[in-house]
Structures are given as C-alpha cells and as structure tokens.
Design a protein around this ligand. Structure first.
Ligand SMILES: [Zn+2]
Length: 212
C-alpha cells in the first residue's frame, strides 16, 4: 500500500486500504481512454455510458471513480460512498485539447481533476488545511458542490505557484472563456478569497473594457 501523490496540487494522501489512484496522464482521446478503462473493469456500457462518451469528446479532462461495491458489483459512480470492497480513481486530460503540457490551461485542468480525485477519495480536508495555511481562514469545502471544489483546487494550484488568479486568466484565452461563461468560477473565486467582491467588480477586473 502506497501513499497517493497528487502532483499538481502537491498534496500527498496517506495510503488508504483498498483505494487506488491512477493518473493516466495526457491522452489523445478521453472517450477512447474511458472506453478502455471501463473495459478493463468490465463496467456495463449502457445508455448512460454512451451519453458520457459524447461529453468526453468535449472535455479537457476527466475523473472517474470505479467501485467494487459491498456486493462485489463493479460500477462507475461519482457518488461519495464508503461502502466498497475496492475503489479506483482515475484521472486523464486531453493532449489534443490542451496542447502544451506546461501551459496554464494544462496545469489548471490537471489541478481540477486532481481535486475531484481528492474529493472522491474523501480527503478534501487536506485541501482545506492548505487553504488554512495560506489564508488563516477555515474554509469548509464539504458543503460545496463538487465542481466548485475542483475550481477552488485550480485556484490553489495557481496561488501555490505564486501566480495571481485573475492575471493567469487574462493570460489564457481558454481559461478566460470558462471564467466568463460559467457562474461557478465566480462562486469559487468568492469562496476562495472569502471576499465580498461583487459580480460587477469581478467582471471589471477580468474585462475592464466592457464595464466602467
Ligand atoms: Zn469538474
């Protein structure tokens, strides 16, 4: 049994019995990799699975949790459960969509998926500890939506590399697109910063030309 190392977050999870983590790296196709992983675990490829593959073609990264439940059935689930015989968590990210592995977008995508993994392994408290070290404020992540947690993980990865969140967004057109299009980025930003920043202020920072 080995400790689990989340590379980009820089967090190590002490070994947990029957829990296995796999960082499958940059792949050419997330849908083909998913299909291969499900095949390996003999997961039933039903209607829901086919729908998932369509989404996979649009995604930059993915986290999968495969559980052998307490009756011995293998299944893919994003539920939080402690009732399992074995738990395998896989993360992958798209080489084709992300391009340069050293870009901000690649780094933040990996941090996002690693945070999903941390959450599914049920050790999101380790990220809370890091945020506490950084800000001296206890941020309770448990009650937040899993996507909000993953975005906060991205912000943490940027900050831990000495990068400003908003200046990084400005430097990455793809990240900028998510920032503008997805409400959850704003929610996560507020939680991360424990700030009372208004939406208007936020947009005036990320796009100074359209607001005055
Ligand atoms: Zn996500």
């Amino acid at each position: 049994m080995e400790d689990i190392r989340l590379e980009v977050l820089g967090i190590t999870i002490p070994a947990i019995p029957n829990v296995h983590y796999h960082d499958d790296g940059f792949v050419d196709s997330i849908d083909e990799t998913t299909s291969g992983i499900y095949g390996r675990y003999s997961i039933n490829k039903d209607e829901e699975y086919r729908l998932e593959l369509i989404l996979d073609r649009l995604s930059c990264g993915k986290c999968m949790q495969i559980i052998k439940d307490d009756t011995g059935v293998m299944k893919h689930t994003m539920e939080y459960t402690d009732r399992f015989m074995e738990k395998d968590v896989h993360i992958v990210y798209s080489k084709t969509k992300l391009g340069d592995p050293s870009s901000i977008m690649s780094m933040t995508t990996r941090a996002h998926e690693e945070t999903h993994a941390l959450d599914l392994i049920r050790r999101i408290d380790l990220l809370e500890d890091r945020l506490f070290e950084e800000q001296r404020v206890k941020i309770d992540l448990n009650s937040e939506h899993h996507e909000i947690k993953a975005i906060i993980g991205m912000y943490y990865a940027l900050k831990s590399r000495g990068r400003g969140i908003l200046s990084s967004v400005l430097a990455s057109p793809k990240l900028m697109l998510s920032f503008v299009a997805e409400e959850s980025y704003f929610q996560a930003y507020k939680i991360y910063n424990r700030s009372k920043i208004s939406k208007k202020e936020y947009y005036s920072i990320i796009n100074p030309k359209t607001t005055s």
